[in-house]
Design a protein around this ligand. Structure first.
Ligand code: GLV
Ligand code: MN
Ligand code: MN
Length: 434
């Protein structure tokens, strides 16, 4: 069956025969290799030689945009970068005035990242559009490569998707990175206009949002399942706790007179780990500690410690954050330190759209792949998009459950199954919107 015939099916023809489905699978398999190769190539666009680090609108993002924009144009999309730095490719519908399906994920990375977190979802979306062979559907598709999801550069995540739902405010634009450059400066440095960020907001004609993403955890791998359909994305809180004592000489200051900010932070970090170990379903992480002035022969006067807390229940998460704040206060007062508590994120858990979850289940079942529902412990752009439109996510198994690490991987057959499920999902939607 040619792709044109596939599109005939997408336009609402009879359900494809088993033989036709086999043909889709062959095409998806060839494309899966290209998807993986593209993700590995894009991992080379980095702020650091020899490892992948790409934060909000840093210079290597230009290479990522150029590569993906050229591919989008080749497959019939018009491309722009909005003023929040999101790469957006629009594949027009069969006629004007039709609704729009968003498919996307993020193009930024954590430091020393793998090649698939975020990027896979964008590359897979472009590959899916390529499989349509320039034949329009009864709805347009907008592929979005979000500029920022990880929260690495400014301590707040989801800058790209917040722009799409229209919730970027002046406070966020003024937030500074470690070098004192604000979000607005970063946007300007990239040649964009922060005063026009409002134009990135999606119109109200959206059918929904679909995101492909690696699971980033061990569940699917342990069950030997290629795909998982996300039902809920757990909530998360992010805080910086700053302990301030006094800087002094490491050789001459007696132990009993010290006000050591690092020692106070260390005691608190142990309390963070203990609380999470003893609270079912809670995960809590201090992933970044900065001691100032930061010399081995100086008692540190200031220590910033990041805190990331997640739980499927928003109440349980709020209780945990409050208890950790209380512990930080108690430790600080006992050690004669002062505490500054800066909350950057308090994001509730988010349910995916039941209708789109059911549609994804049908699409996965059509690949002869077991249907499995899963919660996401990682945060995703889908949780932000879900506040404006129905949202759904399809997870691909993460071998070894490894993510936020250079060894992150995907299996080619799983990528092919995801592409097949993506086509079947579009077919379903096309039937419903003809
Ligand atoms: C995004 O990767 C997160 O921190 O969940
Ligand atoms: Mn990530
Ligand atoms: Mn991600």
């Amino acid at each position: 069956m040619t792709m044109v015939a596939v599109i005939g099916k997408l336009r609402g023809g009879p359900i494809p025969t088993r033989l036709q489905r086999v043909s889709w699978i062959v095409m998806s398999a060839a494309t899966a290799r290209e998807v993986i190769d593209a993700c590995r190539l894009l991992a080379g666009f980095s702020e650091e030689p020899g490892r992948t680090t790409r934060t909000f609108l840093s210079p290597p993002m230009r290479g990522v945009h150029a590569y993906l924009a050229a591919w989008m144009q080749r497959v019939g999309m018009s491309v722009r970068v909005d003023d929040a730095g999101n790469l957006r490719g629009l594949y027009p519908a069969s006629s004007p005035g039709r609704p729009r399906l968003f498919i996307g994920s993020h193009l930024d990375t954590v430091p020393n990242a793998g090649a698939f977190d975020g990027v896979l979802g964008v590359v897979l979306a472009v590959a899916l559009v390529e499989l349509l062979e320039q034949q329009p559907l009864p709805f347009s598709i907008e592929v979005v490569g979000f500029s920022e999801e990880e929260g690495v550069r400014f301590g707040v995540p989801f800058i790209g998707s917040r722009a799409l739902i229209g919730t970027i405010d002046a406070d966020l634009l003024e937030r500074a990175d470690a070098h004192g450059r604000s979000v607005a400066d970063a946007i300007r440095d990239y040649g964009l206009d922060p005063s026009c960020v409002g134009n990135a907001r999606a119109n109200d004609d959206a059918l929904g949002y679909l995101e492909f993403h690696i699971e980033q955890g061990p569940v699917l791998d342990a069950l030997a399942l290629p795909l998982g359909i996300v039902t809920t994305i757990v909530g998360q809180s992010r805080v910086t706790a700053t302990f301030t004592g006094s800087t002094n000489h490491a050789g001459t200051t007696p132990m009993h007179t010290r006000r050591d900010a690092v020692a106070g932070a260390a005691e608190w970090i142990t309390a963070v780990e203990a609380l999470a170990q003893h609270t079912p379903g809670l995960v809590a992480t201090v992933g970044r500690v900065i001691a100032r002035p930061g010399a081995s022969n100086v008692v540190a006067g200031v220590c910033d410690a990041s805190l990331d807390v997640r739980h499927a229940s928003d109440d349980a998460r709020a209780t945990a954050v409050e208890s950790l704040r209380h512990a930080a206060r108690e430790i600080s007062s006992r050690r004669q330190l002062t505490l500054h508590w800066d909350t950057h994120l308090d994001q509730g858990s988010v349910a995916m759209s039941p209708a789109l979850v059911t549609a994804l289940e049908r699409a996965v079942a059509a690949q002869d792949v077991p249907v499995h529902r899963i919660d996401s412990g990682a945060g995703h752009d889908a949780m932000i998009m879900a506040t404006r439109m129905p949202a759904a996510m399809l997870f691909l198994r993460s071998p070894g459950g490894v993510s936020h690490h250079p060894d992150e991987a995907v299996i080619e057959g799983d990528v092919a199954a995801a592409l097949g499920a993506g086509l079947a999902f579009l077919e379903d939607l096309a039937r419903a919107h003809t």
